[in-house]
Design a binder for this molecule. Sequence first.
Ligand code: ASP
Length: 590
Amino acid sequence: MYRSHNCGQLRMSDVGSEVTLSGWVQKGRDLGGLTFVDLRDRYGITQLVFNMDEDDDLCTKARKMGREYVVQATGMVKERSSKNPNRATGDIEIEVSSFNVLNESKVPPFSIEDETDGGDDLRMKFRYLDIRRSPIQNNIIFRSKLSLETRKYLSDQGFIEVETPFLIKSTPEGARDFVVPSRLNQGQFYALPQSPQTFKQILMVAGIDKYFQIVKCFRDEDLRADRQPEFTQIDCEMSFVHIEDILSTFEGLAKHLFKHTLGIQLEDFPRISYDEALQKYGSDKPDLRFDMSFVEMNTFAKHPGFSLFDEAELIVGICAKGIAEQYSNKDLKDLTEWLQRPQIGAKGLVYVKYQADGSIKSTIGKFYSDEVLLSWAEKFGATKGDILFILCGETEKTRKQLSELRLELGRNLGLMKAVDFKPLWVLDFPLLEWDEEAGRFHAMHHPFTSPKKDDIPRMLNGDHDTMKSLKADAYDLVINGAEIGGGSIRIHDRALQSRNFDLLGFSKEEAEAQFGFLLGAFEYGAPPHGGLAFGFDRLCAVMNGQSSIRDFIAFPKNNQGRDMMIDAPSAIHDVQLKELCLEVKVDKKV
Ligand code: ASP
């Protein structure tokens, strides 16, 4: 028997019993007569004490144990004289009578404690050591609980978990595919799925009715800070549903997950349209933990002679409450410079300070009287002590810039509390997005998304400009400014699907070659259907108030898409290349 208890289990009620524990040495403290060792496993840390006076030999042996040695210790549970209230086992310790070193360890390359000194790549290279640290371990345990609760909820709702293949067909639409060469079909390639989209739709044609899968998806994109080439989705599809059925089912899922993992009861999720989200927050994933919504000023702020405003397509501002005293001229200058960085690219920042004494101070005081500026303050609902921040220029850019400023202020003013959860649905996305550079439409969600019912005749018969105004039956779930998931009601009619491919620039032959199987299936009684997918890694991170998904993935890749632990990707042997009929490079290292 390696252990009678785990390292997080023993309490005062166990005092007096003899126990055996196994675990890793977190650290030791040698206090002359006594040697203390913290023994750690997944469940916690228990203090071992070796008493020199009682057994000299034992103590000498104990002193030789290094950090991360794997040890088995037997002894009596004793009440501690100096208790540690921060530890569940902090009232007791084990007075060791015998112990075994089960395995030795090299000195770890970084400290295995809650706060570590290890850099990202080092921690990924020694991921097994990193996972021993409780912040990472807790994340992984949380993830396991979340997937269990997801399965519970969805199966209670009648969903069936179906696995779809990983070796599928490459389609150029969307992100770049990872491809896998086929040995048996030389010169041909599989692709790893970016999502099981077409398969889950086919499952609806097949009568499965309610499908889900917690599934890996693969996208070969340039990696931004928080992207992983492989990530996990909770992927779902339902038949005979309207938007309302989907929103209520998955709002239910989100509420269930918050309740059963965090003990938080979420209120009903507000809904706003895509257009309104852009107009009020400059973003289709607004963070609603604080208000600071946009006020458009074109109707009252134009001023003959003030060309900055006169020539702008949009003048728009936000009101930051109660910061007029707190924000010095230097702070405002810093904020302006922050906005002018190329990443954001604002030309400048106009502000109107409504000072505590009721006076007005503004960068545009030369052009507007105090009364006018006061009347603006009123329109913003501002009171003494507030500052209005105003940007102007081309609509889309200006909204984006003001959205960045809004978030920056939210962060600086402590308005984005990690444990405050503000979910919402964003609805009515455009169906198509015009790509000026490529001179073609892209699907805003994906090519299988249905236009709103009322827009179908316009889609079938309208001109080019009409296409830009079509709305889709598509929706996103956003929590605290992060897109947690999205989906749509699908097209289930062959003619409409063909028209959509047409608009997206597919020739008849291309559409047939790539999606013939789906179009074919639509000829055999496809039910109306729709679905969505939640980003599982992102959901884990957001629920834990963290911005990075990396530490919720047991074995993540770094920013170059590399697995630092197994050192992948790597070259393959010439023999393998030959078998796959791929070019053999002579100078490559294997
Ligand atoms: N397949 C979509 C995605 O991966 C989600 C959906 O439409 O269900 O984003």
